[in-house]
Ligand binder design. Sequence first.
Ligand code: ATP
Ligand code: PRP
Ligand code: NIO
Length: 488
Amino acid sequence: MKYKYPDDSLALHTDAYELSMMQTYWKQGIGNRRAVFEAFFRKMPFQNGYAVFAGLDHIIEYVKNLHFTDSDIEYLKSTNQFDDDFIEYLRQFKFSGSIRSFQEGDLVFNHEPIFQVEAPMMEAQLIETAILNILNFQIMIATKASRIKSIVGQQPVMEFGSRRAQELDAAIWGTRAAYIGGFDATSNVRAGKLFGIPISGTHAHALVQAYRNDYDAFKAYAETHRDCVFLVDTFDTLKSGVPNAIKVAKEFGNKINFQGVRIDSGDMAYLSKKVRQMLDDAGFKDAKIYASNGLDEKTIQNLQMQGAKIDVWGIGTKLITAYDQPTLGAVYKLVAFEDKNGKMVDTIKLSNNVAKMSTPGKKQVWRINDRKDGKSEGDYITLDDENPCEESSLNMFNPNFPLQQKDVDDFNARPMLKDIWKDGQFVYDEPTLDESRQRRARHLDSLWDEYKRDLNPEVYPVDLSQKCYDNKLNMIHRIHEYVKTLDN
Ligand SMILES: Nc1ncnc2c1ncn2[C@@H]1O[C@H](COP(=O)(O)OP(=O)(O)OP(=O)(O)O)[C@@H](O)[C@H]1O
Ligand SMILES: O=P(O)(O)OC[C@H]1O[C@H](OP(=O)(O)OP(=O)(O)O)[C@H](O)[C@@H]1O
Ligand SMILES: O=C(O)c1cccnc1
């Protein structure tokens, strides 16, 4: 396969309609007016009580490198869909706006802005597709990983999904998201090199098949490696795999570090208990039992319930493909746009479905924590000019059920949308990947258990300030009045 052009850039990683709209804005002279777009999702992934934010690092790389190459320009010309003067404008395109975002490892919730772009309309429009592409995938994988890690607890959990992922990028960025979500290592060596994620692995059935029997295969592996985990289920786990693993471990003694065995099929509760007994009886009490094969948080929980003696978990398909939910469904909506007099005017998208109505205005999300126990009370969405830190008491109410409300007195309020770019300047002090991973663990600690259970969690409060709520209602009302005039 050959590309049609010698180079590739991500500037064209956008939907054609973004470029079509840009051309309209540009030709109509409104392309440089400021616009504010916000990304949010409507439903919690996997019906989980929280989601884990990930993807910012990839977005930063994308925006930093965003420009149209000569071949991008040449290609756009060849489509005959865009005017030459507009294409010439694209040649000097550079992102000049501002971006605010949650940070990787932060917990995020539905209906709150998780990512905000304030930029000339044309610029903000171009980047929608890539931003959603990245966030929709990485948040889902980080959240799935976090669900799995929460069930597994302190035991190590390894990401094994590259061979099953939706192509190369999904494997790489998926494993990075999984690491933020709490996974401990990956089998993908490139992800180890690129991101510094610890790499880890055992061996495949091919090795045993190549030597035609367990003993010769394990012996060959032991002769060529110090750390050894033997895969014991190629022929017969209990009759051949484990006895031969023990035999080789005994023969090599201190010459190898016999870490344990991996089981990849069969009844893993039954087998792991038997295998544990065999390893213990042989004096290998510290040897670990690794398990893989179609695992996720549900199978793991079930195996735990059955008393399975598994110490290390390898997870592929069901993590990296976000098996039970194909996308997060995050959207990117225009919430304010500069008018011809240079004034920012809020905008709204109405819908017959109340849940689908956007919340107008440039906003900030504040995480409200109880000052006494540090626990999160909920998220409080304000218009950008409000500051709940100046209030002594907050009335938090559910915008869909305004009667559901509570007053919070002794609280800390932290703004969650952090500056990443300001007027074209990159201003973010990027955390390391390990810091982002720790952030998720720290934030989970401040969440009540009721929001963290994997089945039917309580709904975490995501509330609007009175001003934000009134602004939304007023806009809805005004538009309804306007539509009524059209009926006549
Ligand atoms: N004790 C158990 N309780 C619940 N689920 C289990 C148990 N043991 C294994 N599983 C899960 O059952 C599913 C099917 O296991 P099974 O061994 O039949 O897989 P398989 O892929 O058909 O095996 P093989 O690789 O031998 O073809 C896997 O997702 C596995 O994780
Ligand atoms: O089941 P998953 O969660 O996706 O985990 C990854 C799977 O990939 C490997 O199997 P594969 O059959 O690809 O190779 P093998 O020859 O090593 O068994 C491994 O043995 C796991 O079963
Ligand atoms: O190292 C392993 O055991 C491994 C790696 C990828 C997929 N399955 C297993």
